[in-house]
Write a protein that binds this ligand. Structure first.
Ligand code: SF4
Length: 167
């Protein structure tokens, strides 16, 4: 593996991730059903520019994934640390020459309240979540050897994920 790519694993750890692993983009699972959880299961639907229905469909996301040769899957123990970490790492990877890099975070944007819903005012800090773009995070994490279970209450262990598409 390219030395630079190895360095990004260390950078992810320094930024607070538990683990980061390069994966084959073909193992990233998208599905039509994912957005239904946002539309009918989340009170924040249509309240952020980074949430559905403002995000790509699962088909558009799959087309984007198909543009990449590798991806870095990031594991964190708290959902709200994932997106800021991914945004910082995306910048580092881009500046090192991987001009196509694009990051996907976890959960709804919480950078400003309320979201102005017209134009994002913090584009450096914010990326849509994997699930908001139709990625089945459970299957993608499990296929790549990470653990993830349904969180049953506030005391349940959190295993949260972000993704960087890299080339
Ligand atoms: S950073 Fe602010 S404006 Fe941008 S999506 Fe998040 S809440 Fe909306």
């Amino acid at each position: 593996m390219d030395n630079k790519l190895e360095e990004f694993i260390e950078s992810a750890k320094k930024l607070g991730s538990q683990e980061a692993k390069y994966i084959d983009p073909a193992t990233i699972k998208t599905g039509a059903w994912v957005i239904m959880k946002c539309r009918y299961g989340c009170g924040r639907y249509n309240t952020r520019l980074c949430c559905p229905p403002h995000t790509p469909t699962f088909k558009e996301t799959q087309e984007v994934i198909d543009c990449y040769k590798t991806a870095l899957l990031i594991h964190c123990k708290s959902w709200d640390m994932v997106t800021p970490l991914v945004a910082k790492l995306e910048k580092e990877i881009f500046l090192s020459g991987y001009y196509k890099v694009f990051g996907l975070g976890c959960g709804p944007c919480k950078s400003c309240r309320p979201c102005n819903m017209v134009k994002c005012i913090k584009p450096d800090e914010v990326r849509p979540s994997m699930e908001a773009c139709g990625i089945d995070v459970y299957e993608t994490a499990r296929k790549n050897g990470f653990s993830i279970d349904v969180v049953k209450d506030m005391n349940s262990e959190q295993n949260c994920y972000g993704l960087l598409l890299i080339e």
